[in-house]
Design a protein. Structure first.
Lengths: 318, 339
């Protein structure tokens, strides 16, 4: 346990859309100055968690603290002020810009919204930001369509940095990019994160990308965190059957015995989440208890935890 | 086992001795845009043996999908295609539109990345499958329905009779792709073209669909052209790989060799750009610059502007040269070419 206070504390958070439970009893801490990864397949609730932290949607149950402040207690004005400390980078480098705004306008807008500086200092900041993300100054007067996908993601990173935020949430920031360009953006984000000490929540379905970027990782399945821990523990000693399956399903891990360990069945729809353990319908190790009882988070040591009855060492488990 | 087998495995640069199912020889495709003729793919040559999977690998805009459309006989309206496309010994490049259409679905099956756009939204799945079966195999309505149910069962769809009565939107992404596979193999094709068949799927589902494709291919001895941007998938699921960059084939070889010991600087660059396998957090090595706009290819070697090994010689166009395990189009390959 590090003694520094976590920047974001998420406690027992649930979010329902109608009768669909998108996020179920999620708790985690994002350590200050670190990159926290959330990995999962579609429908796992990873993007909803990001939106809850930004209060783009309101939670149904639980509590989220940002830098010691309960986000739910903030009124709209205070919330808007708070948001200059939390910025976002989206997946789609084509849809996340106003096509009619120049790059200068795009980069100064967050400063204008939060009423920071004057026109001169804002323009200066825009120029600084471009240098920071490795783009030439002449880009300032161009429009988004004049840039490639990779360059646009650099601009998106620059825009997120404009207000000098404490937290950046990046939701699949490189998924739309070709591999040769993806590496440029990943290097850039890592460099900036380390150099500026910005805390980051990095969301992705790509295990290798998350491994490269993150210090601490949460694995989500059907709205719940099934495993969480330091990066190396998750990749070298995964404790949850789902994490193990996810790691062995990724191509390029070779096919031991000619075949990879594969999961059978489909990801259930969010309308029909299994009773008990959400993963039990696809789990190769499921037993009676998994159907009847929601598993608890068990500590497996080294800061690693997993949501699985098999880790229960109490006498009840026998 | 026998010394004979050993030699054939060692020379994986050349396809098996049996007549290849598909031979593409110097395929060129250009598009007519505002009275300009823009070359898109240039001198593409490769072959696929029965039961073999060949990967066509490249980033977006390198011309891999348009190459597949030319082989299918469905290139864009404004395209000019030259070169030979030999399917089971017949050059189909000169076939009429009608003759080509007959090949699609019977001798050539195809699987697209997004089954929602390839399958009809308002026809039942049974309707679509039986249409193909009745048109190509002349089956009766009842026989076609029985065969359709068998096919769905074979690709791992539970309750096939119920699914036949349903629509595509009722299925998950993985199940839709299984329906696409059933449709592709329904008329016992000798060639299946799969264009990024698992790119839109979640990892655990992707693994299932890749395994299914491999089973179908080996059981039915289908030659498969597997189009992908993912070298990891290539190494696990294809015997050989054809690497494309900017409308050129830059390297071919056994997929293991291409992934383990690439010869072209672009292939090396692609492999180095992905996050490290061992979990190291060392800086990644991106390929500088960006993929050129489609058709706006650099003169000479098309990769030269982004290549760490370029020299003045690269202003001339390199020829395809044989290597120990394949072929390469490069003035400065990472391994000597064979004279």
């Amino acid at each position: 346990m590090s003694e520094a206070r976590p920047l974001v504390r998420v406690r027992n958070v649930c979010k329902s859309f109608g009768n669909v439970k998108a996020v179920r009893d999620v708790s985690f801490d994002v350590p200050t100055g670190k990159t926290f990864g959330i990995v999962g397949e579609s429908g796992s609730g990873k993007s909803t968690v990001a939106r809850l932290i930004l209060r783009l949607v309101d939670l149904t149950e639980g509590k989220i603290e940002f830098d010691g402040t309960d986000l739910l207690s903030l009124k709209s004005g205070a919330l808007r002020r708070q948001r200059q400390h939390m910025q976002m980078v989206f997946q789609d480098p084509f849809g996340s810009f106003n096509p009619r705004m120049t790059i200068r306008e795009t980069l100064t807008e967050p400063l204008l919204v939060h009423d920071l500086g004057n026109e001169k200092s804002r323009n200066q900041r825009a120029a600084e930001l471009l240098t920071e993300v490795g783009l030439p100054q002449k880009a300032l007067d161009k429009f988004p369509h004049e840039f490639s996908g990779g360059q646009r993601q650099r601009i998106a990173v620059a825009r997120a940095l404009a207000t000098d935020p404490q937290l950046i949430i990046a939701d699949e920031p490189v998924s739309a990019l070709d591999v040769s360009v993806q590496a440029q953006v990943l290097n850039l984000m890592r460099d900036l994160q380390v150099r500026l000490g910005t805390t980051m929540i990095f969301i992705s379905h790509d295990l290798r990308v998350v491994q490269f970027m993150c210090d601490e990782i949460a694995v989500m399945y059907l709205g719940a965190i099934v495993e969480q821990g330091p990066r190396d523990r998750i990749y070298e000693a995964p404790a949850h059957p789902y994490t193990r399956a996810l790691l062995s399903s990724a191509p390029g891990n070779g096919k031991q015995d000619g075949r990879r360990a594969r999961l059978t069945g489909e990801i259930p729809s969010a309308h029909q989440v299994p009773t008990g353990c959400p993963f039990r319908s696809r789990c190769p190790l499921a037993f009676d208890r998994c159907a009847n009882e929601v598993p608890k988070m068990y500590d497996v040591g080294g800061g690693q935890k997993a949501l699985c009855h098999l880790l229960d060492t109490s006498e009840k488990a026998a | 086992m026998t010394p004979d087998k050993h030699t054939s495995a060692a020379s994986d640069a050349a396809p098996a001795t049996a007549r290849p199912t598909l031979e593409v020889d110097r395929l060129n495709l250009s598009l007519k845009i505002d009275r300009h003729v823009v070359p898109i793919v240039t001198d593409i040559s490769f072959s696929i043996a029965p039961g073999e999977a060949v990967a066509l690998v490249g980033e977006s805009g390198c011309g891999k999908s348009i190459t597949a459309s030319a082989i299918l006989g469905l290139p864009p309206e404004n395209a000019t295609v030259t070169g030979k496309i030999v399917l089971n010994g017949r050059d189909i490049a000169g076939f009429s539109k009608n003759e080509r259409r007959k090949l699609c679905g019977s001798e050539i099956g195809f699987i697209f990345q997004e089954p929602m756009t390839a399958l009809h939204p308002t026809l039942t799945i049974g309707h679509q499958l039986t249409d193909t079966l009745r048109n190509n195999l002349g089956l009766s309505k009842k026989a076609a329905m029985d065969r359709a149910a068998e096919l769905l069962d074979r690709v791992g769809i539970p309750r096939p009779r119920d699914i036949l009565k349903g629509y595509v939107h009722e299925l998950s992404g993985g199940m839709r792709q299984r329906v696409m596979i059933a449709l592709a193999i329904s008329c016992d094709p000798s060639l299946v073209i799969a264009d990024e068949p698992t790119t839109a799927l979640d990892v655990t589902i992707q693994a299932q669909v890749l395994d299914l494709l491999e089973d179908m291919r080996t059981e039915m001895n289908i030659a498969m052209l597997f189009i992908t941007h993912d070298l990891e998938v290539v190494a696990d699921f294809c015997e050989r790989a054809v690497i494309m960059y900017a409308g050129d084939v830059v390297e071919t070889g056994s997929s293991r060799a291409v992934v383990d010991q690439p010869v072209h600087p672009y292939t090396r660059g692609l492999l180095d750009a992905v996050p490290h396998k061992d979990g190291s957090t060392e800086k990644l090595t991106p390929i500088p610059g960006t993929v050129p706009q489609i058709g706006d290819w650099p003169k000479g070697c098309r990769f030269a502007p982004r290549c760490p090994r370029r020299s003045p010689q690269c202003e001339l166009r390199p020829e395809v040269e044989p290597t120990k395990r394949g072929q390469v189009r490069c003035w400065h390959p990472l391994e000597e070419t064979v004279q």
